[in-house]
Design a protein around this ligand. Sequence first.
Ligand code: AHN
Ligand code: ZN
Length: 322
Amino acid sequence: MKKKSMIVLTSAFVLLSAFSCGGGGKATGTNEQSEKVVVNVPQFDADSAYLYVKNQVDFGPRVPNTKEHVACGNYLAGKLEAFGAKVTNQYADLIAYDGTLLKARNIIGSYKPESKKRIALFAHWDTRPWADNDADEKNHHTPILGANDGASGVGVLLEAARIFGQQNPETGIDILFVDSEDYGTEGDDTSWALGARYFAENPIKPGYRPAEAILLDMVGGKGAVFPAEYFSRQAALGLDDAFRAAAARAGHGDMFPRNYGGAVTDDHVELIKQGIPAIDIIDYRVNEGFCPTWHTMADNIDNIDKESLRAVGETLLHFIYR
Ligand code: AHN
Ligand code: ZN
């Protein structure tokens, strides 16, 4: 049986009428000045999310222009379809900073595609061609497995998609897997997030754009924390606060402190540039920077912590089913 947790929210007004919370869905009090909302938050299955991470890693590195990349893209699109989303593929030829032509594919899974108000939940699905932050210089030209950097955000979102297929949320949702994030080079901020830029500049349909967007990046590391990210709070303070409030309701407030970790040039910045309020939930720590496995050979499945995936997944569900 599917377990559901139930939370009860009351408005700032005095609650004048009582009613039973036995029912599901939403109910309002009888007095106009009182409101009591019962929200059923579905259960996030961290084992399932972990498996979606592992399945991606098992393809090997998902570097654009490789057969592993093609195979994993097909797997992701197939999963979204199986979970009841309307899938749109955005294929694009993108030029990397070093002149390489990247055969890129953004994959979008839409719930309630007819709905005007839409939230995009996104993560990059490509992996970095170079372990150029590895302690051993011999690895600097070896592709990484990207268990955390890539697969973790996608894994959490696939589990969310599975749940959306069972319990359709009220708002339109687009699960967006962007390509070609990690083909960038240090010192050139425009070299990252090529797939997200393409998505933001080329709506999948005229006028189709999310009202807000949440990016998950490196959400599966051991000891992960998600302090505030500077560009996110500049562009979308209300959204960032709402997400952190959801974390507190889910019992994970400690992992989502409101202090700044840093300013990170990431996929969300490309949406912000096109006027879409977007936040980045990223394991970026004050004085330490990105999580320790970042762009190293250690970014493999052994360094994924199911509890980090759970914390982010439960927070996301508390945000969506609020
Ligand atoms: C910069 O290093 C400027 N951005 C990196 C964003 C990133 C890479 N996220 C995951 N991999
Ligand atoms: Zn990366």
